[in-house]
Design a protein around this ligand. Sequence first.
Ligand SMILES: NC(=O)c1ccc[n+]([C@@H]2O[C@H](COP(=O)([O-])OP(=O)(O)OC[C@H]3O[C@@H](n4cnc5c(N)ncnc54)[C@H](OP(=O)(O)O)[C@@H]3O)[C@@H](O)[C@H]2O)c1
Length: 341
Amino acid sequence: MQQAEGGAAAVPQRRLRTGAALPAIGFGTFGSDRYGARAIADAAAGALTAGYRLLDCASVYGNEREIGAALRGVIGADVPRDDVFVMTKIWNDAHAPADARRSVERSMRDLGVDVLDACYVHWPFPNHHPPSAGTDARDPDARPYEHQAFMATWGALEALVDEGLVRHLGTSNVTLAKLALIEQDARIQPALNEMELHPTFQQGELFQHCLDVGIQPVGYSPLGSPSRPARDRTATDVADVAQPAIVAAAEAHGVHPALICLKWAVQRGQVPIPFAVKPEQYVANLQAVMTDPLTRDELHAIRGADQNDRLIKGQVFLWPGADSWLDLWDVDGRIAGRVDA
Ligand SMILES: NC(=O)c1ccc[n+]([C@@H]2O[C@H](COP(=O)([O-])OP(=O)(O)OC[C@H]3O[C@@H](n4cnc5c(N)ncnc54)[C@H](OP(=O)(O)O)[C@@H]3O)[C@@H](O)[C@H]2O)c1
């Protein structure tokens, strides 16, 4: 298997609020309905060998057992367990405190780790949808954000930190309005916030807030998720890799536009977690953030590519009576539909 030049030691690092180090780029493990668990686990093993030391997992991705086997195959003298930052997420059907604990314990068993480096609440709603559901599928029991219920879930995860089973907690798919409430009431502050981030969707306000309060932004779909399922596509979506500022930088650096998205992400300060099963892609993705940085002018031009182009809209998590997917994202700064204020 191929190693990126310089290997793991050459990957830039970030520091979390606890002082722990985190690689500046990670490896995503959601197959977007296109790639099976075995292919993704093989890629995870290849990625670790190439020099990745950060895995973004989730119970709902349905592949933690296979990734655990891959991880066990790689961990050893050359790749000590403590050098790999393993993250998972509890799914929307595991928000009840006892379920949250059970979910984390199952993920740890499947991943074969006795401590998790980070655990996220995947979405701030306990709303479900069947696997591969279309965007018009709705959970009749779906509810808007309920802060007390969320904090009960968070409290269950805090207990796991107290017990030494989890090292850091993370929010995911939250808005500034929700994060502010969580910060106000959390005993253990989020160390990470996983959010959609790519050149055409830069989420400037939430991103800056995270940096200001010591929460590391982790950027999902960093390439604009070109392989996302049909249910996550709408006619107004734009392609990051086709943006003029990205294409111009790709030509100047002689690389694929995807690699420009990753250079930009790391230079901006987020931790991108690109997904790839093809060795040439995941090796190039890692290599890209270690070499040949973008110029100030290129970074400036990419800042101008922002179009508020949210790709993962989350329609399936809407509750009865909600107006549109925008209600999930508190676009006017208020938490839509909230009844427990
Ligand atoms: N917290 C959340 O709610 C959430 C939501 C979404 C995603 N995530 C996480 O974020 C990760 C990444 O997001 P994503 O999978 O949606 O999108 P992404 O990383 O933006 O796009 C992945 C796709 O980009 C293509 N690609 C990868 N490297 C490339 C390269 N060097 N050159 C050209 N094309 C390249 C591949 O397509 P082909 O396979 O077609 O070549 C790959 O399948 C996920 O795997 C998951 O871990 C989290």
